[in-house]
Every structure is written in C-alpha cells, then in structure tokens.
Write a protein of this length. Structure first.
Length: 628
C-alpha cells in the first residue's frame, strides 16, 4: 500500500475523530501585502516585514523586486522600503530619490513613527537626499504625508551627513526623539574617542544630543557605545550599552556594561552590577538591555564565561538579570537565557531559554518562551503544547507583546501548540495572558496553517487585532506568491460559520484487472451552520488508468502527479447544515492481478474550522484479481 497505509477489505477506512473541544467561531485570515502592481501575485523578490502602524492600517516592508510598480534604474544595487495601506490597498515607496529613482543602498532597519505618519530608517543609500555625501549608513525620517526625506544623522553645522556611519535608530514613544549610534565625530562637539557613541535627535527642536558622555559631560573614552535598549514611556530615560570605562565614577569591571541615561537630570546610572554594587557572578558582559515603561527597572542579558559548555559551542552562557533602580537591587531571572522584553505595564519580562529546569513539564530540549512575574519572581512557560501542561514539541522564539499587554505572540516549529489546526514548520501564535490559551495566527482563508516558513521578525498592532509577518509559504493567500520567495502578509480575525464536515468512501473490495472500478465519495456537513467553498481532493495510486469524476453539485477536474497518481479536485460550493454531496469516480484498472490499489479523500471548506478534523480524511483500498 505504501503511503496509503495498511490494506482494508471493507468499503472504506475512516480516520477516527480527533478531540471533542467546541469549534471556534472566528479565526485568523492572512492577506498578501507584498503583491505585485497588478495584485495577482507576490513580488518576484524576497520581501520582509519591518513594522505595522499602531492602528493596524499600514504595513511597512522592504525588499528587492522589479514588479511593485515603481521605477528603479538598477535593481541590483538597492533595497527599497514600501508602505501598503490596508484600507485603500495602495502602496507607496518610502525610499525614493529626488529624481524618482529607487534607493541605491541596503536598509538595515525601518520603523513607523508612533502616529504612523512617518518612517525612520537607516540605510546605506546615498541618493535619498542631496546632503548625504559620506557613502555610509545614515538615519532618515520619511514623511508619508509629504513624501519628503529628512536626514537625522546630520553634522553639527547642519550642512550634510556626519563623517561616519550611523545605525540602529530607536524612536521614543511620543515620537519626539530618535536615539541612534554613530561612528561620526562631527554630530556635535568634536568627538575624539575614535569609537561609536549614542546620540539623540530631537525632532521638534532639530538638535542632536550626546548620550554616552563621561563623568565630566564630554565624550566617553575609547570604548564603543551602542543602542541596546530603548526609551521609557515618557521618553526621559534611555537604556544603552558601552565598553567605555569613564561613564560613571567607578569603572565597571565587565568588558561591556549596561547603563540608563536620565535625559532630564543629565545623569548616567550603571545597571549591570550586583545588589551590593559589586561585580555580578562570573564577571561577564552585559548584552541587550530592556527598560521598563516607567524607567525604574532594567532587564539585561549577561554573557558569562562557562568552561563546562561543550564544544563546538563558545564557552559562554547567557543569563537574564533584573535591576531595580529604585530599590538598588539586582536579581537573577533565569540562567541560560536571552532576549528580554518588558510587558507594557512592566509587570512581567518575557525571555527565551533552552534550560529545561525552569518549570515542570519542560522536556523538549528546545528553546522555549517564558514569562517572569516581577512582583513574585514566578516563571511561567508560554510556549506550551495544546494541553498546557508540557512544552511544545519544537523550538519557540521571537516573542512580542501587544501594546495593551493582553497577548504575547511567538513563533514555533512545534506541530502541537494548538489542537484545532495541524501545523508543519514554523508558524505564528498568540498567547492570551489572562486565560493561558493559545491560538494560531498564520492561517489562510480556508483555515489551513502556513506550510512553514514564517519569519522571525513580525509586528503586532496596538490592539492586537492585526499582525504583519513574513513567510515563504505558498498556501497563505489566493494570490499565490512567487515560488520560493518570502512574502509579507497581514493577518486579521475573520468571523465564520461553524460546520462539521466529514467524508466517507465506498469502493469495491475486489476488482478484476482490465475492468472499471467505481468509487462513491459522500461529503456531509453535520454542523450547526452552512459551510461555503467546500473542496474535495481524491487521490488514487498508480495502477488506475483514465479517471472520470462527476459531482451532484459543483465541478471536478482530473490531473496526474509526477509520480503517476490520479488527482481528482472537486469544487462543491456551499453545503448546508445536515446536507451532503456525492462525488462518483470511475477508473479503469491497469494494474496486474495481485496488486492492491489505494485512495485518499480529504474535504475542507472556505473559512471553515472543523471541531472534528479527524473525519475530514478517509482512506480505502481495493485488491486486483485475475479475470475468471
């Protein structure tokens, strides 16, 4: 029988129903965002999501594609950024030169301003403004209303770009400031340290302020400083990292340390220290730092030398520490961890870890997503399986909170995060914090999960109702993307009727070689609501000759696979509650006596989630006998 399983002599073999949980009445549906100018296919180049506006109406994405409808004199040398308006369906190009050409450089990052009317990006392109003459990466603000580009990494004279590259822009929550790091020495008073520094550009006053200053208020020593964190909610504090030794009166012992700059008070505080002000265990280096919304706490990644780490891995492990600036205390959140981020209300920190001993039931040996409760110190597993009692059977990562903190999204390659939808490859999920339930986001209009390929970078609108993500899956939208390329999608919740489809197959247990065999397939909807767009696929093994198929309602087509299987696809239209449809398939048996022929039938409906998906598939077999 091969892929069709063991032989059966009964009329049909029906897979038993799986689960008995009630069917949901709404689910996510994914719309192709990076469509070509005609709206018929995905862009021919690789496209990646950058951001979604807070109100969920615009998606920012980037890539290298010739068919989005914008002139570009040389598609080989530049990557462009685009914004699609999900309401009007229109697309504008962000990276357009004064002559109407595309960018001649690569985009490293791009984000919407909080009001969604602008885009801040860093790019190596030199043709987005007349004053960019350094041939290096710079920071720009693009006004979506006027279409104008404003250079933010401008020199102190205001005449052009700085004399060094600038990167990693971070926007304050009120949209008034942009922090970034730069190797330029002429953005303010003469910079003689020969290393990168952290600056803030005031978008209202059009001024630039140095953040990584030494104790005298001038440029820090020779160590590089970097933007590793973000702003507090009121924009008055900024977390950053530095190798410099003179930012605070007592030099930190760690090679790289985490700091918080109070912009109003003009003070800098060392964060990566023990509660007694001494060195943290392991004498490691602080990495990414996350600032709580109220600016009073910092969660940071700490890299510790560990000779016990087996090769070929580097002999280091990551820890997450939490520094309370008000109390002056530092606590260990979790060992062997990384990528901390605060919940919008500061009550929790989300992080990733490969450790299997942080909570009970974590036995997958994979990277998982966890939640640390600041008030109690309790650690909770977020990336559970459908039962909620164990870790999912695959790696999970890339966690992001919604702005209201009600949901926490993450990606996972596990097939058992939810039970309602079977999933393969990496998909996108949302965890509801209040009731510890998880739902699958990367679904198409038929309720099918993406066939893997969901990217690590994704963005969620403020209300959690619209999500932008990238995927190389070709099953997410009717406008089938170009083969093998990553495309950008917007997922939104769509209401749908709840049906309960099932399929049964009747076929002869024996058939004489050289004669015709007739198979009857019955599709039934036992659900409380009608199901639209019902589709049947019936596949038979090699050994059948020409196949003909008819349906009581709808149309059927027959094709052959590269392996010689016969594939019957039937579009049956709508199927009302307690209604059924029948498909009759007739085929000549070409196989020799002694062969066993098999078939698989599968039914599904548009925007349909079945409470009992196990009976949507049926298999059957027929034995070939010699003529009498």
């Amino acid at each position: 029988m091969g892929r069709f399983g063991a032989a059966v002599t009964a009329a049909a073999l029906i897979v038993s129903a799986a689960g008995c949980e009630p069917a949901p009445t709404a689910a996510w549906d994914s719309e192709l965002v990076s469509a070509n100018a005609a709206g018929t296919l995905g862009a021919t180049g690789q496209m990646f999501v950058r951001d979604i506006s807070a109100d969920g109406t615009k998606v920012l994405f980037s890539g290298l594609a010739p068919d989005l409808g914008f002139p570009d004199s040389d598609l080989r040398v530049g990557q462009d950024a685009y914004v699609r308006d999900l309401v009007s369906g229109t697309v504008v190009r962000v990276t357009t030169s004064s002559t109407g050409d595309g960018a001649n450089g690569t985009i490293a990052s791009a984000r919407f301003t909080p009001d969604g009317n602008g885009v801040v990006l860093d790019t190596s392109a030199s043709n987005l403004g007349p004053s960019d003459t350094n041939g290096l990466s710079d920071i720009y603000l693009h006004d979506l209303t006027t279409g104008q580009n404003q250079l933010l990494s401008v020199n102190a004279a205001g005449t052009g770009s700085g004399n060094g590259g600038s990167a990693v822009p971070v926007i304050s929550p009120d949209g008034n400031y942009v922090a970034f790091q730069s190797n330029a020495a002429d953005l303010g008073p003469a910079d003689t340290n020969g290393a990168s520094d952290v600056y803030i550009r005031d978008l209202v006053a059009d001024t630039t302020e140095l953040v990584s200053v030494d104790v005298t208020g001038t440029h820090a020593g020779g160590g590089a400083s970097n933007v590793t964190g973000g702003f507090s909610a009121d924009g008055t504090r900024l977390a950053f990292g530095s190798l410099a030794r003179d930012l605070v009166p007592v030099s930190p012992s760690a090679s790289n340390a985490a700091y918080v700059r109070d912009l109003a008070a003009g003070t800098t505080t060392l964060v990566s220290v023990a509660s007694d002000g001494g060195v943290l265990p392991g004498d490691g280096a602080a990495q990414a730092a996350a600032l709580s919304p109220d600016g009073t706490k910092v969660a940071f990644e700490y890299l510790v030398f560990d000779a016990s780490v087996p090769p070929p891995s580097p002999p280091f492990r990551k820890e997450i520490h939490l520094r309370d600036l008000s109390a002056g205390t530092t606590s260990l959140v979790a060992p062997s961890s990384g990528k901390p981020a605060f919940a919008p209300d500061g009550s929790a920190v989300v992080f990733e870890s490969t450790a299997g001993n942080l909570v009970g039931g974590d036995g997958n040996g994979q990277n998982d997503v966890f939640l640390y409760r600041v008030a109690t110190g309790a650690v909770e597993l977020v990336s559970t399986d459908a039962s909620g009692a164990h870790s999912a059977a695959g790696a999970s990562a890339n966690a992001v909170f919604s702005a209201d903190g009600s949901v926490l999204g993450f990606t996972s390659s596990a097939p058992n995060v939810v039970s309602t939808y079977p999933a393969t490859g990496q998909n996108l999920y949302l965890r509801h914090i209040a009731d510890d339930t998880t739902e699958l986001v990367s679904l198409n209009e038929k309720g099918d999960a993406a066939a893997g390929g969901v990217g690590a970078s994704w963005r969620i609108a403020a209300d959690g109702a619209t999500i932008a993500y990238s995927s190389a899956s070709k099953t997410l939208d009717r406008a089938n993307p170009a083969a093998g390329t990553a495309q950008v999608y917007a997922a939104r919740v769509v209401d749908f009727a709840v049906g309960d489809l099932s399929v049964a197959v009747t076929t002869p247990s024996e058939v004489t070689a050289g004669t015709s065999a007739t198979t009857t397939i019955e599709i039934t909807n036992a659900g409380p609501e009608a199901v639209s767009g019902v589709l049947l696929r019936h596949v038979v093994t090699v050994g059948y000759g020409p196949v003909a198929a008819t349906a009581t309602a709808g149309t059927c087509t027959v094709t052959s696979s590269s392996a010689g299987e016969q594939i019957v696809d039937c579009a049956l239209g709508a199927l009302g509650t307690n209604a059924d449809a029948t498909v009759t398939v007739t085929a000549t048996v070409t196989a020799a006596p002694g062969a066993t022929l098999g078939s698989v039938s599968h039914v599904k409906g548009s925007r349909h989630t079945d409470p009992h998906p196990g009976d949507n598939t049926a298999t059957a077999s027929t034995s070939v006998i010699a003529p009498p």
